[in-house]
Ligand binder design. Structure first.
Ligand code: TRP
Length: 333
């Protein structure tokens, strides 16, 4: 039997190149080998109180972009978390043996409390319980997440094992973080330091849905410097980042051409960025047009999420039935 992969996708916001070349291309490969559940974590996003309008819009956007980027609804189960309310029931059960102390100690929780001291709600505290339920609901054993989610996975194992011990069953399996490819490409941002990511500022990100002119503008404004002054001078971070991006979107010949210009101090960053921007526009063109196409096809989007909801519900209902039985919740009528 194929192992089950579960991954929650944040419902806030659009995909950027970092998501695309990093996680997403692995999702696309994973769906060939595993039984994959990819869901839009709209319930999780309620901790920050999005407006109803924003919530609906961003959820749809994310579905469209994941489909455009290659998630295949015939191979994977792609669904919206709130379409499968069984997760909320499981969340209630699991909350009964998640302890205040361990929830308060979670790093992500402490970070959020520090960042938003006025919004320390119970949903935020129990966020890891809901996340555990997302995984346990489908008996996921592999979870493709980054380092920042390791602790949540450890909590998922704790909650599952604790349930097993409490009811003396061997019901929940342990889930582990899963790096699909050992050569994860790092996509730097345009702001001169670090990875591409919204937390590093909007200017660092090129979105898959950005129009060609927006991409050109962003790249032309990318942080650089006044240029190398010595032959074969090591590259400062901002410049190395632009070369790393070029490595991903341009032809090898283009890359080595600009490497050569850099090493001989004859590079002109204006030309370099222009080329980078054009190659970025080209590289993203197929996804951008798919986003347009899918976004305009309301009927297709509806069909996909309905199918996803049905597939996910089937697995969820089975789990809830079994859990109720284990806990001893029985209908008297
Ligand atoms: N917490 C994850 C994040 O911030 C999102 C998420 C929610 C998730 N539920 C999940 C990831 C279940 C994997 C499995 O990125």
């Amino acid at each position: 039997m194929k192992e089950t992969v579960v991954s929650g996708i944040r419902s806030t916001g659009k995909l950027h190149l970092g998501n695309y070349y990093g996680a997403l291309r692995n999702f696309v490969k994973m769906q060939e080998e595993y039984n994959c559940f990819f869901f839009i974590a709209d319930l999780h996003s309620l901790t920050t109180h999005p407006t109803p309008g924003d919530l609906g819009r961003t959820v749809r956007e994310v579905v469209v972009e994941y489909l455009a980027a290659g998630i295949d609804p015939e191979k994977s189960t792609i669904y919206i978390q709130s379409d499968v309310p069984e997760v909320a029931e499981l969340y209630l059960y699991m909350n009964m043996n998640a302890y205040l102390g361990e929830l308060e100690r979670a790093t992500a929780f402490k970070d959020k409390v520090r960042a938003n001291p006025d919004n320390v709600n119970a949903g935020l505290l129990t966020y890891p319980v809901l996340m555990a339920c997302d995984i346990l609901l489908h008996h996921g054993t592999k979870v493709p997440v980054g380092k920042d989610q390791e602790q949540h996975l450890e909590m998922t194992r704790t909650f599952g094992n604790r349930f097993n011990r409490l009811y003396q069953v061997d019901y929940f399996k342990e889930a582990f973080a899963f790096t699909y490819s050992d050569k994860l490409v790092k996509i730097p941002g345009l702001d001169g330091n670090g990875k591409m990511g919204k937390s590093n500022g909007e200017a660092s990100c090129v979105y898959l849905s950005d129009a060609p002119d927006v991409i050109r503008k962003k790249v032309m404004r990318a942080v650089s410097d006044s240029g190398p002054t010595e032959i074969n001078q090591p590259k400062p971070e901002a410049i190395q980042n632009l070369f790393d991006l070029m490595k991903v979107v341009s032809k090898p010949d283009t890359l080595s051409h600009f490497e050569e210009l850099y090493n001989t101090c004859t590079i002109r960053y204006g030309d370099f960025k222009k080329q980078l921007a054009e190659d970025m526009v080209l590289a993203t063109d197929p996804v951008r047009s798919r986003i347009q196409e899918i976004s305009n096809d309301q009927e297709y989007v509806q069909r996909v999420v309905k199918m996803g909801a049905e597939k996910a519900s089937e697995s969820a209902r089975k789990t809830i039935r079994e859990i109720r039985d284990i806990i001893g919740i029985k209908r008297l009528y």
